[in-house]
Design a protein around this ligand. Structure first.
Ligand code: PLP
Length: 372
């Protein structure tokens, strides 16, 4: 299989361990194991004591019944049988695309956004057309352009809602229009929903609840602050779930007994984690807004309750060269916008711990002073 490097992952793999001030990540300040296991006000030691008696066999192959029920409960219309545990949303996207795309298929993908949503279909032999996002539409795509791109041969439409890196949340009305367009040609919709908007004013709905031929991918890595347990899932109709079952046996078998137990614990205390993260998002967003008010070389379309954001940088040099210089001289890590095909800017992961965010923005301003 010929497949391109994922620009953002390649950048992070090379640079994230050398950064002293990391404001590049899209996860909302990751939780420690102790924090996770104290969510019920219990003693983490009790979890380990009980867990010490668990056999390290393969466990539940598709995810435990508790996991599948908790995940199905996040949607109005998804049956637990059609929830399948995966190796993060990374694994979920791979399995979904493998299940839905044949060589020669026509695929339309929102662009630019999370790269696997178009590189995977292309690597599997699909002809991929891009549904562009537009800065003048606050990084939304235009639904009429989707209408023009979809043909009777379109097998799949891929979207990232909310979107990495811009944080754009597609409104319910747009999702309904996507569903109607997909339905008109019998296409599936793959909706990567790892960034759940934590803003009450967002008109957010999962595609799973709007369209029977939707395959939704998600994980505990971003909004739930637990990327380290690598727990994701696909939610779909029964037909696609059966296809993914076959593919899971080749790629995964199971997600692991320990990871599953942690995932159930996280989902059982979802409300607490989301309340914590809603606070972080609101407070950190205010920090960035205040910083932007005094920083002439940066601007953003403020993300609505989503942990990832795109900073437009008004600088006369290449964004990758600038980000490298920022890292080498100040230890600050951003992701150059070019890594997302969005040059002249950078991804800002503003849901880092507050001191890190303050320090990172202060140093970023120091670096930007050279362009005054
Ligand atoms: C949109 C999107 N989907 C999926 C993933 C992969 O997430 P996971 O850690 O659950 O594999 C990422 C990671 O950055 C992402 O941004």
């Amino acid at each position: 299989m010929n497949i391109k490097t994922i620009g953002v992952e390649d950048w992070l793999n090379v640079h994230e361990k050398s950064a002293t001030v990391d404001i590049a990540q899209s996860t909302i300040a990751s939780l420690t194991q102790d924090e996770i296991l104290s969510l019920d006000d219990g003693d983490p030691a009790a979890f380990y004591e009980q867990f010490g008696r668990e056999k390290m066999n393969y466990g539940w192959i598709e995810g435990s019944p508790a996991f599948k029920e908790r995940v199905a409960g996040l949607y109005r219309t998804v049956h637990p049988d059609n929830v399948l545990q995966t190796n993060g949303a990374t694994g979920a996207n791979l399995l979904a695309v493998m299940a839905l795309v044949q060589p020669g298929d026509h695929v339309v993908a929102e662009y630019p956004t999370y790269q696997p949503l178009y590189e995977l279909p292309r690597a599997l032999g699909a002809q991929v057309d891009y549904w562009q996002i537009h800065e003048e539409l606050d990084w939304n795509p235009d639904i009429d352009e989707l209408r023009a791109l979809v043909t009777p041969h379109t097998a799949l439409i891929c979207i990232n809602n909310a979107s990495n890196p811009t944080g754009t949340v597609l409104p319910r009305e747009t999702l309904e229009q996507i569903a109607e367009i997909a339905d008109s040609v019998g296409a599936y919709v793959l909706s990567d929903e790892v960034y759940l908007p934590l803003d009450d004013t967002c008109d957010y709905t999962s595609m799973a609840d709007l369209y029977d031929r939707a395959v939704v991918t998600n994980s505990l890595s971003k909004t739930y602050s637990v990327p380290g347990i690598r727990m994701g899932w696909t939610a779909s109709n029964a037909e696609v779930a059966d296809k993914i079952r076959v593919l899971r046996d080749y790629t995964l078998i199971c997600g692991g007994v320990f990871n599953d137990a942690m995932a159930v614990h996280v989902l059982d205390h979802r409300d607490r984690i989301l309340a914590r993260n809603q606070r972080i998002i609101a407070e950190n967003r205010a920090i960035v807004e205040a910083w932007l008010a005094g920083e002439p070389h940066a601007s953003w379309v403020a993300p609505r309750g989503v942990s990832t954001s795109y900073l437009r940088l008004d600088i006369p040099v290449d964004d990758e060269a600038f980000c490298l210089d920022l890292l080498e001289r100040f230890g600050v890590l951003l992701v150059p916008g070019s890594r997302f095909e969005l040059p002249r800017g950078a991804r800002l992961g503003y849901c880092a711990p507050k001191e890190t965010l303050h320090r990172g923005l202060e140093l970023l301003s120091q670096a930007l002073r050279q362009f005054d």
